[in-house]
Design a protein around this ligand. Structure first.
Ligand SMILES: [Cu+2]
Length: 158
């Protein structure tokens, strides 16, 4: 009994210290982060790794955040030598038993008109909306620009 309590307490502590991954059924969300932006930046770029451990595909259809006027899924594409951002209106498919990174191939979550400036270490609340898994509460942590390298870097393995 006592040992169980201690183990539980440790688990709670570990969860609250790291608090950088989120579970919802077969969907596992790792390390949502936003790149630190200069003052008065009209938009913030968000990135996140999503794993689907189930045997049915799911789809990230949108992101809500009380900290921004709206959040759009974008992909940066270069046409005729000009970089443009295209809305990903169909969302992003997360195949069964697979993972995606919002950040790959120019994709990103664009937080439009943030309600204030967010600094390194700040947390930005958001809800990832999935077709099947539904609404998953997460927090995007504000990090330095250089850390948007995708899953597998530094602390992802811990
Ligand atoms: Cu964008």
């Amino acid at each position: 009994m006592h040992r169980f309590f201690i183990a539980t307490a440790f688990a709670l502590i570990a969860t609250s210290v790291q608090a950088h991954d989120f579970n919802a059924g077969s969907i596992y969300v790792d390390h949502p982060m936003i790149e630190e932006a200069p003052p008065n930046a009209p938009v913030l770029g968000g990135y996140v790794a999503i794993y689907n451990n189930g045997n049915a595909e799911d789809r990230l259809v949108g992101i809500d955040s009380p900290a921004a006027q709206k959040v759009e899924l974008h992909r940066s594409v270069v046409t005729d030598g000009i970089a443009r951002m295209q809305p990903m209106t169909d969302g992003i498919l997360v195949p069964a038993g697979s993972s995606i990174w919002v950040g790959a191939d120019g994709s990103h979550a664009m937080f439009v008109k943030p309600d204030r400036r967010y600094l390194l270490g700040d947390e930005v609340p958001a809800v990832l909306v999935f077709e099947k898994a539904g609404r998953v509460d997460v927090t995007f942590k504000v990090e330095e620009r250089s850390s948007a390298e995708g899953p597998g870097h530094e602390d992802h393995t811990q």
